[in-house]
Design a protein around this ligand. Sequence first.
Ligand SMILES: CC(C)(COP(=O)(O)OP(=O)(O)OC[C@H]1O[C@@H](n2cnc3c(N)ncnc32)[C@H](O)[C@@H]1OP(=O)(O)O)[C@@H](O)C(=O)NCCC(=O)NCCS
Length: 299
Amino acid sequence: MSASPHKTTEDRDQDQGQGQSQSQSLGLGQKPSAMPDPSGPDTAIDDTEDLADDVVTAQKNISDSRRQSKLPTGINDILPVPFAPNIRPITISDLESCIALENAAFPNPDHRCSREKFEYRLTVCPELCMGVFCTVVPSSASAKNFEIDTLRTAKPVETGRNDGAVSVLLAHIISTRSNADVVTDEAMDYPRDYKTNRRNTSSVGHQEIGRTICIHSLAVEPKLQGCGLGKLIMKAYLQQVKNSVLADRVALICQDYLVNYYKRFGFEHVGPSKATFGGGGWNDMAFKLPSTTSKKKKI
Ligand SMILES: CC(C)(COP(=O)(O)OP(=O)(O)OC[C@H]1O[C@@H](n2cnc3c(N)ncnc32)[C@H](O)[C@@H]1OP(=O)(O)O)[C@@H](O)C(=O)NCCC(=O)NCCS
């Protein structure tokens, strides 16, 4: 991704007005489960705010970069329908949409997750993957000249629905588990024989009892970047992991210009990464989960 001049100050949009109604359409991000754990770690995530507020932020967001670049300012200026996100786990049936989104979001092909890796990860650990979807009626999309790659790969929301509405992927997070504390080349790889070898004894790829959730891809549809979708899905993901997944930490690697972006969610900058994926030059980032903090373990 080319570095864009995003602002680095804290949230501006605190409008509570529409949050209630929009939270109804959230899946994993519904208000009760989305409420941050008050006993959780002291992170940069604002625990007074819930995901409904982030939906409102996405609906109203006018980031400095969008304002300066004179791009459409908010997600509702871009989408052909009011933004009513459905946040849910991604499954293998979403494979083509994930590939389309990844290819659109990462301009550098070396930084993209390959089709084979998507297929592997969505087969062995879909429960660790999450997407933000939005229902779109194709005819209204074309009437409003709304064109994104994941519209073409979207699946019908219901079989036989008269208006042909489809569920369009707007953002995704794709992860596996690892035994290492940070994201390694081994964690990013996958066993070539996973379809035939049911006793997975490989040291590469997903490790079922690993205590580190490794995020391999966070991607937002380029036309919707800077509208708050990245923030929405990352906060929903961290809350889901906190609430339901046994792990000590969430780890990822990122380029220099995104270190501060992840710090705002509570990730710590561990240091330069040894990962050579895509030519290297990455930073290790780690987010400690509450159990880690309460047991006073160290990363
Ligand atoms: C990086 C990415 C996920 C961010 O998602 P996004 O939806 O564009 O970002 P958001 O709109 O949620 O940004 C949330 C906030 O972070 C800020 N921000 C964005 N990029 C930032 C950066 N590089 N450094 C610091 N803050 C940043 C925004 O200004 C915004 O601030 P605000 O809440 O005060 O308005 C998205 O741009 C993307 O998919 N990029 C291409 C793929 C990629 O690089 N993925 C990450 C791989 S490690």
